[in-house]
Design a protein around this ligand. Structure first.
Ligand SMILES: Cc1cc2nc3c(=O)[nH]c(=O)nc-3n(C[C@H](O)[C@H](O)[C@H](O)COP(=O)(O)OP(=O)(O)OC[C@H]3O[C@@H](n4cnc5c(N)ncnc54)[C@H](O)[C@@H]3O)c2cc1C
Length: 256
């Protein structure tokens, strides 16, 4: 059993096994036209139960495999996904934000394959999974604030807390804002939006196996997604970025 993404216009589904393969987590997305562009919070309840009938109706026309999954659903919850735009600052004086307060994003990097990239801690036999973005924010913040070159007042060749927080912002702000945009672009690609709609009769043509246009489109679609996901495979980025961050801290403390 493996994670699957089923794409469709304005809708996609992410399904993956959990609980040792005994349960399939079915996450169905439905993009409300104009909701993102309106830049306003959803006025109704952000979370509520929905009937299985409604789910069936939503994914009518998807392939047989999806219909099979939908038949297995017993209960379902609908959630509105709220995201942030380009946040201008993560730190002001001695206050800083991290996590969703800084970069709430569409969940497209978090579910399915993303699960495998999350840090896992074993505590008293309980498995705890942590959001990689939260972990990374906390990693830089923790190392900066605990650094011997950071002190409350920045005296004697050290740097003060406000400057250390600005360095955290420097490391995280542009990167995280880009990831917020990319998470949306991944969803749009799954939804065949952002000029990534397949050519007419795509599936039938692809199944025949000889259609060049269909194959080329699939390669382009796949390449687009690979580029958006690429940052997740760069396991050395965190060490590289820490080295740069520490250099900034040393400079701010008066070192070369
Ligand atoms: C449907 C869905 C699926 C998701 N799936 C995944 C996934 O598979 N993998 C993944 O990595 N991420 C996933 N996420 C995202 C993940 O849940 C968030 O990124 C993460 O919970 C953010 O943590 P946080 O601590 O920044 O914010 P939160 O978890 O929102 O915590 C903020 C806390 O602050 C409290 N609070 C708010 N205001 C105040 C106040 N004034 N005073 C005191 N306390 C306050 C809130 O009650 C809350 O407990 C998903 C999110 C959604 C909605």
């Amino acid at each position: 059993m493996r994670a699957m993404v089923y794409g469709g216009r304005t809708k996609h589904i992410i399904a993956y096994p959990i609980a040792g393969g005994t349960i399939i987590n079915f996450v169905g997305f439905y993009t409300v036209s104009g909701a993102y562009e309106s830049l306003t919070p959803y006025p109704g309840k952000w979370m509520r139960d929905v009937s299985v009938e409604r789910i069936k109706k939503c994914y009518e026309g998807f392939e047989e495999e999806v219909q099979g999954l939908v038949q297995c659903i017993r209960t379902a919850t609908a959630r509105r996904i709220h995201i942030l735009g380009d946040v201008p600052n993560y730190a002001v004086d001695r206050a800083a934000i991290l996590g969703d307060a800084a970069h709430a994003m569409e969940t497209n990097f978090g579910a399915s394959a993303g699960q495998a990239m999350e840090a896992r801690l074993e505590r008293n036999g309980t498995r705890v999974t942590l959001n990689p973005f939260l972990l990374q924010d906390a990693y830089y913040l923790g190392r900066l604030l605990a650094h011997p070159l950071t002190t409350l007042d920045g005296a004697d060749g050290t740097t003060d807390v406000a400057t250390a927080l600005k360095i955290y912002e420097h490391t995280r702000l542009d990167f995280s804002n880009t990831i917020v945009h990319n998470a949306r672009a991944v969803g749009q690609t799954y939804d065949f939006d952002n000029a990534m709609g397949p050519p007419p009769d795509f599936l039938a043509r692809l199944r025949k196996g000889e259609d060049r246009e269909a194959k080329e489109w699939l390669e382009k679609w796949r390449g687009n997604l690979n580029k958006l996901w690429a940052f997740q495979w760069d396991t050395e980025a965190i060490d590289r970025d820490w080295a740069t961050t520490e250099e900034l801290l040393k400079k701010a403390a008066g070192g070369q």
